[in-house]
Design a protein. Sequence first.
Length: 581
Amino acid sequence: MEKTQKEYYLREQLKAIQKELGEKDERQAEADELREKIAKAKLPKEVEEKAIREVDRLEKMPPMVAEATVVRNYLEWLLALPWHKTTKDRINIKLAEEILDEDHYGLQKVKERIIEYLAIRKLANKMKGPIICFVGPPGVGKTSLAKSVARALERKFIRMSLGGVRDEAEIRGHRRTYVGALPGRIIQGMRQAGTKNPVFLLDEIDKMSSDFRGDPSSALLEVLDPEQNSNFSDHFIEATFDLSNVMFITTANTLHTIPRPLLDRMEVIHISGYTEEEKVKIAEKYLMPKQIKNHGLKNEQLKVSEGTLLRLIREYTRESGVRNLEREIAALCRKTATKVVKENVQGITIEADKLNDFLGVPRYRFGIAAKSPEIGAATGLAWTEVGGDVLTIEVTVFPGTGKLMLTGKLGDVMKESAQAGFSYIRSVAKILAIPEDFHQKNDVHVHIPEGAIPKDGPSAGITMATALASALSFRAVRSDVAMTGEITLRGKVLPVGGIKEKVLAARRAGITTVILPKDNKKDLEDIPAGVRQDLKFIFVEHMDEVLANALVPAAPAFKPDYVNVPISLGDMPGLQTTADL
Ligand code: ADP
């Protein structure tokens, strides 16, 4: 007590002396400095009043108390935000087209949509309207398209990932009463941008989730709504900030997980994966020059032929986009740079068969279809967030009591679809020469690798039914055939989504024949002609047609002992349709 009293007494004395000498005390000096900054910053009236009130409060506080730090931090934020600063838009459609072409190969439809969007903005003369949402697998250029839009408009570019955001406060900030409170990510982004009209990329809007801490999507709804976002309020800032001049662009891998109200505010632009030819061109024209430059090399120091690039794509990457391809090219550049520096070589030409020396053994074997036909394994085409993929569905049959086991992290829809397929196969057991009592004496296990990745949807229906038919009738499934389609209980094949991605994946895997539902025929239009030529498409309406095309006609010459097959496998009848029964 005595000590503080003494300190207080001394401080008062110091103040009196400073006053006499015409010097300001520290606190007052700080307050005056802040007031000056506030006057210069030309804050909106409401914010300015708030700031001045805070400065008055700060002046009365002992300088080292925690509260003073909070106030200082708050004032710093208020002063740093771009309340008025804007960049002038350059809406020159021709130039925008040139910039988009300069940065991206292909993507014609996507570029057209962007240009239309900009043209309307020019005519309407303001940036209100739906928000663009680029949807597609990783590495197809969503982020870089948004960057090009910013470059074309001469706006600042800010990117914020929403992946894993599950707390409303991350969007809207924490109240200042919390220790270590900060504004939300939107306001942080605005500070970083330094202007009030940047292009603001909200990445991975589909990866946001909500829990007991509140729903971030409702806060985001306010951010993206042109009617509301001129008055965006952040809990930390406690003043409204005008976001109406910001051009928001969002990206997502899938639309399924985006809340409906958010989706309604967005104009969705789909970007699908690239074909091998497109990837070669992108690598040649964009990724190689970019990486060569990034690594301080010159174009003539690293030469890679088209054939080498194709091999790189086939054996070192398996993806819809070009992200890993870019990474592998960076690895080639690193190795080249080392050689140039260490061994003093002039330049390197990498031949296709020398990729091994640079990147190690190939990671993927091109063409899994090179395998021989197998019993109880059918190749399906799946569409996941990361693009299309081929997956092998396995079925085994063993003595038991008629159970159907499904494993591989299948979702409910997929499980039901497997059951529908199973029931259908049971109903046509006779024409497939499957013993009719098989379901009483055997258990059937359906597994879909890779077991750790959750899968759902009805589109593997016909593949599961084919694998079941194969396992139960001991007829192998052609390994160069892949398929997708939903199956009904009575064996009808219904259309499914993601055809383009699936077909591209089939081609990547070296499949030659693709079985698709008849109603998906129209989707082939989206598929590049080169890919269409390479593949044989079979359009089906009924499961019979699937089996007729996917099963190897001749039955194998072995019969497992545990299944009691009454007829000789060699005599098995050819496939008939149910109508012939
Ligand atoms: P996403 O945001 O879709 O995951 P990115 O925009 O990060 O993908 O793209 C990954 C890389 O691939 C970037 O370097 C990008 O420039 C490049 N890229 C993607 N598509 C194209 C294209 N069509 N032309 C040229 N480069 C591309």
